[in-house]
Design a binder for this molecule. Structure first.
Ligand SMILES: Nc1ncnc2c1ncn2[C@@H]1O[C@H](COP(=O)(O)OP(=O)(O)OP(=O)(O)O)[C@@H](O)[C@H]1O
Ligand SMILES: [Mg+2]
Length: 246
C-alpha cells in the first residue's frame, strides 16, 4: 500500500492513461454511449464516491466521460470545484415536470460513458436514472441495515421495470466501505450474492476515498499505488466487462 500522504504528495496526472483501455468496448458502434446510473435508497453508502472515482478511472483509460450530478446536494459538483478531475461534471436536476427534458439532456452527452450520480431515495430521480441506464450500480454498505436498503432498492427497480418491455438495464451490486478484517466484511460478498444479482469487486473502508474528495481528486489519479486505486481499477474492469456483455 502507498504511504498515507501519497494523495497529498502526488500531483494530478493522466499520464498512466490508456494502456488498459479494454478491447471489447471499442468493438461497439463508435457513436454509442453507455449510461451507468448509481442508485441506492440509503444515504451515505458511497454513491458519489463510486461515481466520481469510477469516472476518473475511465477517463484515465482515455474514454470520454461525462458525470451527471442529479443530486440537489451537489456532492459530485463540489468534488469537481478545484477543477482537477479531468472530466466534466454537469449538474442536471430533475424538478417537477422536467423528467423528459432531463432524460434528453443525459442522452445528448458527447461521451463514451455517462455516469449518473443520484440522491438517496426511490423517487423520481431514482426512476429516471433507471430509465436512462444501460447499467445500474447499487453501492452496498456492509451492515444488516445496509442489506435491507439494498433489498428495498432491488425491489423498487423490479417494480419500476415490471411493465416496461424495453431492454432492462443490468444491475450490479458494489460492496462499499467493507472492513475486510471483520466477519461482516468477509461475508458481505456472499450475502449480496444470495440476492441473485451480479456482485462486483468490493471497495474497502479506506481514508483515501475521503481524502480524495477533500482534495478534489480521484484515487487512481492522485495515488495510483494505493489499495483504493487498485479497488477502483478492479471495479472499472468489472464494469467494462459488463458493458461488453450488454
Ligand atoms: N469506501 C469508503 N471508505 C471510507 N469512506 C468512504 C467510502 N466511501 C464513501 N466514504 C465516505 O462516506 C461519506 C459518504 O459517501 P458518499 O458521499 O459517497 O455517499 P453517498 O451515497 O453519495 O451519500 P448521499 O446519499 O448523501 O449522496 C463521505 O464522507 C465519503 O468520503
Ligand atoms: Mg452522493
Amino acid at each position: 500500500m502507498a504511504a498515507s500522504n501519497d494523495l497529498k504528495a502526488l500531483p494530478f496526472t493522466l499520464t498512466s492513461a490508456g494502456a488498459r483501455f479494454p478491447g471489447p468496448y471499442l468493438d461497439r458502434e463508435p457513436d454509442s454511449m453507455f449510461v451507468v446510473s448509481v442508485v441506492q435508497q440509503k444515504g451515505g453508502v458511497g454513491k458519489t464516491t463510486l461515481a466520481v472515482n469510477l469516472s476518473g478511472e475511465l477517463r484515465q483509460r482515455k474514454m470520454k466521460v461525462s458525470l451527471i450530478d442529479a443530486d440537489p446536494q451537489a456532492s459530485a459538483s463540489a468534488w469537481s470545484l478545484p477543477r482537477k478531475l479531468g472530466f466534466h461534471v454537469r449538474a442536471e436536476l430533475i424538478t417537477s415536470g422536467t423528467v423528459s427534458q432531463w432524460l434528453r439532456n443525459v442522452l445528448k452527452q458527447q461521451a463514451d460513458v455517462t455516469i449518473v450520480d443520484t440522491p438517496a431515495g426511490l423517487g423520481p430521480v431514482f426512476r429516471a436514472a433507471i430509465d436512462v441506464a444501460d447499467i445500474v450500480l447499487v453501492p452496498c454498505g456492509p451492515s444488516s441495515l445496509d442489506l435491507n436498503s439494498v433489498r428495498n432498492t432491488l425491489t423498487a427497480i423490479t417494480d419500476h421495470l415490471k411493465n416496461d418491455n424495453r431492454n432492462h438495464p443490468r444491475v450490479v451490486l458494489v460492496p462499499t466501505r467493507v472492513e475486510r478484517e471483520t466477519p461482516e466484511g468477509q461475508q458481505i460478498g456472499e450475502e449480496l450474492g444470495a440476492l441473485g444479482e451480479t456482485v462486483s469487486p468490493a471497495l474497502s473502508h479506506d481514508a483515501y476515498y475521503v481524502r480524495a474528495f477533500t482534495q478534489g481528486v480521484t484515487v487512481t489519479t492522485a495515488a495510483p499505488a494505493s489499495n483504493a486505486a487498485s479497488e477502483i481499477r478492479a471495479v472499472a474492469d468489472f464494469l467494462l466487462g459488463q458493458i461488453a456483455r450488454t
